[in-house]
Design a binder for this molecule. Structure first.
Ligand SMILES: [Zn+2]
Length: 142
């Protein structure tokens, strides 16, 4: 993934996040409307089986199983207390270049951490598989 591509920076802006909410199941008479979700950093990242997955573009926290009365801001803060975006006191448009670059640096840390964890999980899965094969061979099952 190119971490500095346009698509990536695009999600700093509310309008672009809001555009991702096509097919979002909560629209009326609820707290987790697309507007409220997008306002606090969530983008809609549905999968085939889960139409209600949302991910913070910044800390990459994914949440699903939304209930109509869930408050996106509260959910974001409680599930990802270290997210810098949810803690931001200014609008992105009002940040200085320096502040923005600092923020982007923090975002990249979340990205690297997630990528790192995924790579480790993959490695562990492969190691487990190998281990199982070794044991099977030792037991003469293969
Ligand atoms: Zn976040």
């Amino acid at each position: 993934m190119n971490t500095f591509d346009e698509a990536d920076l695009k999600m700093y802006f509310y309008e672009n996040r809001l555009k991702t909410y096509e097919g979002w199941p909560f629209n009326e008479d609820c707290t987790c409307t697309p507007e409220n979700m997008a306002r606090v950093g969530f983008i809609h990242t549905p999968s085939e089986n889960s139409p209600d997955i949302a991910m913070c573009f910044f800390c990459l926290k994914e949440l699903e199983g939304w209930e109509p009365e869930d408050d996106p801001e509260k959910e974001h803060k409680s599930h990802s207390p270290s997210c810098h975006f949810i803690a931001l006191k200014k609008k992105v448009e009002e940040l200085t270049v320096e502040e923005f670059l600092h923020l982007e640096k923090e975002k990249l840390k979340f990205m690297i951490k997630k990528k790192g964890n995924e790579a480790i999980a993959k490695f562990e899965e492969a190691a487990k598989q190998k281990n199982t094969n070794i044991i099977k061979t030792a037991l003469g099952e293969e």
